[in-house]
Ligand binder design. Structure first.
Ligand SMILES: *[C@@H]1O[C@H](CO)[C@@H](O)[C@H](O)[C@H]1NC(C)=O
Ligand SMILES: *[C@@H]1O[C@H](CO)[C@@H](O)[C@H](O)[C@H]1NC(C)=O
Ligand SMILES: *[C@@H]1O[C@H](CO)[C@@H](O)[C@H](O)[C@H]1NC(C)=O
Ligand SMILES: *[C@@H]1O[C@H](CO)[C@@H](O)[C@H](O)[C@H]1NC(C)=O
Ligand SMILES: *[C@@H]1O[C@H](CO)[C@@H](O)[C@H](O)[C@H]1NC(C)=O
Ligand SMILES: *[C@@H]1O[C@H](CO)[C@@H](O)[C@H](O)[C@H]1NC(C)=O
Ligand SMILES: *[C@@H]1O[C@H](CO)[C@@H](O)[C@H](O)[C@H]1NC(C)=O
Length: 234
């Protein structure tokens, strides 16, 4: 680092100090990293934020079970991975919950499965969710989400399964969904989507299941998808 001057005597002198400098730098960097690096406490605050955004929990499931006296890994619906001790899956489907999705949910950086289908979640999806780059399966089906399908869904580069059916999504299908090259299932039925189906959807080479019925979509999709088993569109 410091040994930039080619003269041997100068170099020797400077290098005598550099290990110390290195150690100092390394220690500083380590301290900064560990102060900021997310851990299971990050997951706990994210899940507690979600709990505080639940306005109706008729079976008192989260109220009694999501208690800080035990690890989030023991909470109903939460699955952790042992190696990094972080939450990898959240499944709150069919619990009759009413509420909104807080931005803090985007801090669950190890999450690969998020299932909150068949509840009464409403509002718009916060952009912070786009930080969940490992996400493989997302199920927001049968809720009351509104607004447009966010274009930042294109950041879920690992996504294989996407269910958004049975909500109040309006507007067009974002063409950024064509970025989801690993997508196998895209389920958008029973929404208020309109406009043309993006042609690029036809280029998703892994897509096998596409559900678009009961929307106001127009146009055709050129099927370059050899393994598309089911194209269901009204
Ligand atoms: C998690 O990180 C915070 C700092 O962000 C730290 O205070 C805490 O001790 C860590 N917890 C665990 C379980 O490692
Ligand atoms: C929460 O539910 C899980 C799974 O049913 C159970 O193992 C755990 O003991 C419960 N925790 C509390 C505090 O009720
Ligand atoms: C949806 O949740 C309700 C309970 O709230 C349950 O009775 C119903 O079977 C669920 N439907 C599906 C398709 O899972
Ligand atoms: C989590 O996310 C929120 C909002 O997205 C952010 O302000 C906060 O600093 C994060 N908290 C932790 C503990 O990572
Ligand atoms: C598309 O995916 C690439 C990674 O494959 C990512 O870098 C880019 O930001 C994504 N673009 C959009 C618009 O989602
Ligand atoms: C079509 O979707 C809307 C929600 O956008 C729903 O209310 C309606 O019942 C659905 N119609 C049918 C025939 O399933
Ligand atoms: C689909 O892929 C082909 C071949 O890679 C490319 O030429 C074409 O422009 C793509 N179509 C769209 C709409 O992205």
């Amino acid at each position: 680092m410091i040994c930039l001057i080619p003269a041997p005597n100068v170099m020797a002198k400077t290098c005598f100090f550099s290990p110390l400098l290195f150690l100092l730098l390394f220690t500083t960097i380590r301290v900064i990293l560990s102060a900021n690096s997310p851990n299971i406490s990050t997951d706990q605050s994210a899940l507690l934020a979600l709990k505080s955004h639940i306005t109706h929990d008729p079976h008192n499931i989260l109220a009694t079970n999501w208690s800080t006296s035990t690890s989030v890994c023991n909470w109903i619906g939460v699955t952790c991975e042992s190696k990094h001790h972080r939450a990898i899956a959240l499944d709150l489907s069919s619990l009759d919950l009413t509420g909104t999705i807080p931005s803090q949910l985007g801090n669950l950086s190890f999450l690969i499965r998020l299932f909150i289908n068949n509840n009464s979640f409403h509002g718009v999806l916060p952009i912070e969710l786009s930080n969940l780059h490992a996400m493989r399966a997302l199920n927001f089906g049968n809720n009351n989400f509104d607004g447009e399908i966010p274009s930042w869904f294109g950041y879920f580069v690992e996504l294989q399964l996407l269910w958004l059916y049975g909500n109040n999504f309006i507007g067009v299908i974002p063409s950024t969904l064509a970025n989801l090259s690993k997508l196998v299932l895209l389920n958008l039925f029973n929404n208020n989507l309109q406009g043309q189906i993006p042609a690029a959807i036809g280029n998703l080479s892994n897509l096998e299941w596409l559900y678009l019925y009961n929307n106001s979509l127009s146009g055709y999709i050129l099927i370059s998808i050899l393994n598309l088993f089911s194209l269901v569109k009204s």
